[in-house]
Design a binder for this molecule. Structure first.
Ligand code: UD1
Ligand code: CA
Length: 452
């Protein structure tokens, strides 16, 4: 099968400099959703017809299995498909999709494809309460005989509620011949792809119609309002699937998944969380309210408390994170690690049972097991030019408000006194402390204010 994706429309109503099909839905361009659906059907070739926005579309979405053809000027949907003709293998049918209709399911398309077989034309149609603006499906004795656009339709035809979604599949050899015969002699002066239906009927090619499982599968985006509506529909579907799979969502209307969220058993997710990229959550994990988690793995029974920000990080089993913790790329936490409020961890590993419970920066550090990092501890990993590592061995105790000036190593079982600025390695099993000795001056008098 060949796939042609129409994506040349200007999208004026988006009121944006970005080409319409590059606007994101669930974190990825509308067109990427359509390409992904097309790929799920295993086409032999996929061709994107683009127009507005210069090379932004082919540049941003370039892939080996895609070809991009420019349609300039845009003279209608039929004219758009004509641009793809040199890319279409004649011995297999051609499926036409719209780049601004992102939620069509592969199951619906498979039904359509099956209806067309090798030698029939099949159109995806829906019945709408208000068909205004759409091409109407004209049937005679129950068979589809032509499509009439809104602007060309008679009053009787305008009363028809079955409309063209724009998605169709046709035998390619005939399609090429029909396209060559299209005229723009109509109300809009455009080359209508829809005119191939009447040609097929004339040539004795059977025209079938198939319907989608849900009307939203055929909705397109022409404005930010419609984009927001489709985003909600998509998120509702994702939430529904998570619920059906056994995930507890405090409110299915208040979760946003912009990528792939894989959940184990008995996962609980509170309101307002955003998941981006690929996030894997194992069994019995609890995610508190308003967390943003991107490309991360949360191992079983970990608890992520509210307002955490986790990106490219791995959280070990039974760990406790937050509230208000930030795990940046390269963070790898072993089992039962505690990262508390206002702690930032970057490019660091922490061993089992280690803790940094309050107000700390742990960057470029290798931290062993059972290490306690006191409040206010900072790894000074950056000298203004280069980054250096801090190594903290097992069972070390880092007193509060310590600065570890990397590169530096704290030996196994070492204790650092509160307020230490560590510039040299701290030996194992010893107390290291660097701070002015405390003195007290008995009877010391405070200065008094001078009289003027
Ligand atoms: C088209 C159909 C109409 C159908 C409706 C569904 C035609 C003549 N009409 O109408 O029957 O009910 O879609 O939404 O086909 N495009 C190009 N190049 C062009 C024109 C359009 O690539 O020159 C692309 C657009 O980017 C869009 C799609 O084709 O993805 C449909 O274009 P649009 O202008 O929305 O089609 P309509 O005239 O609304
Ligand atoms: Ca449209």
């Amino acid at each position: 099968m060949n796939v042609v994706i129409l994506a040349a429309g200007m999208g004026k109503r988006m009121q944006s400099d970005l080409p319409k099909v590059l606007h994101p839905l669930a974190g990825k361009p509308l067109l990427s959703h359509v390409i992904a659906t097309a790929r799920s059907l295993g086409p032999s070739h996929c061709c994107v017809v683009y127009g507005h926005g210069g090379d932004a579309v082919p540049t941003q979405l370039a892939a080996e299995d895609l070809s991009f053809v420019l349609q300039e000027p845009q003279l209608g949907t039929g004219h758009a498909v004509m641009q793809a003709v040199p890319h279409l293998a004649e011995d297999q049918p051609t499926l036409v999709l719209y780049g601004d209709v992102p939620l069509t399911s592969s199951d619906t398309l498979k039904t359509l494809i099956a209806k067309a077989g090798k030698d029939k034309l099949a159109v995806l149609t829906v019945e709408l309460e208000d068909p205004t603006g759409y091409g109407r499906i004209v049937r005679e004795q129950g068979r589809v005989v032509r499509i009439v656009e809104q602007k060309d339709a008679s009053d009787t035809q305008r009363a028809i509620r079955e409309v063209n979604t724009g998605i169709l599949i046709a035998p390619t050899r005939q399609l090429k011949a029909w396209l060559a015969k299209l005229s723009n002699n109509n109300a809009q002066g455009e080359y209508y792809l829809t005119d191939i239906i009447a040609q097929a009927v004339q040539d004795g090619v059977t025209v079938e119609a198939a319907q989608p499982a849900h009307v939203w599968e055929t909705l397109g985006v022409n404005s930010k309002v419609q984009l927001a509506e489709l985003e909600r529909i998509h998120q509702r579907n994702v939430a529904q699937a998570l619920l059906e799979q056994g995930v507890t969502l405090a409110d299915p209307a208040r979760i946003d998944v912009r990528g792939t969220l894989i959940c184990g058993r008995d996962v609980e997710i509170d309101v307002g969380c955003i998941f981006e990229g690929t996030v894997e959550i194992e069994d019995h994990v609890k995610i508190g309210a308003h967390c943003v988690i991107k490309n991360a793995r949360i191992a079983s029974a970990a608890v992520i408390k509210p307002f955490c920000h986790i990106e490219e990080a791995s959280v070990g089993a039974a760990s406790q994170i937050g509230p208000y913790a930030r795990l940046r790329p390269g963070t790898v936490l072993s089992e039962d690690v505690h990262i508390g409020n206002f702690v930032e961890v970057k490019n660091s590993q922490l061993g089992t049972h280690s803790k940094a419970n309050h107000l700390a920066y742990v960057g470029d550090a290798t931290v062993g097991s059972r290490v306690n990092i006191g409040a206010g501890t900072i790894t000074c990993n950056y000298d203004g030019a280069n980054k250096h590592r801090t190594i903290i061995e097992d069972d070390a105790f880092i007193g509060s408000d310590t600065q570890l000036v990397a590169p530096v190593t704290v030996g196994r079982g070492a204790t650092l006194g509160a307020g230490t600025t560590l510039t040299k390695d701290a030996p194992a099993d010893s107390l290291t402390v660097s701070r002015a000795r405390q003195t007290s001056i008995p009877g010391w008098q405070r200065p008094v204010k001078l009289k003027t």
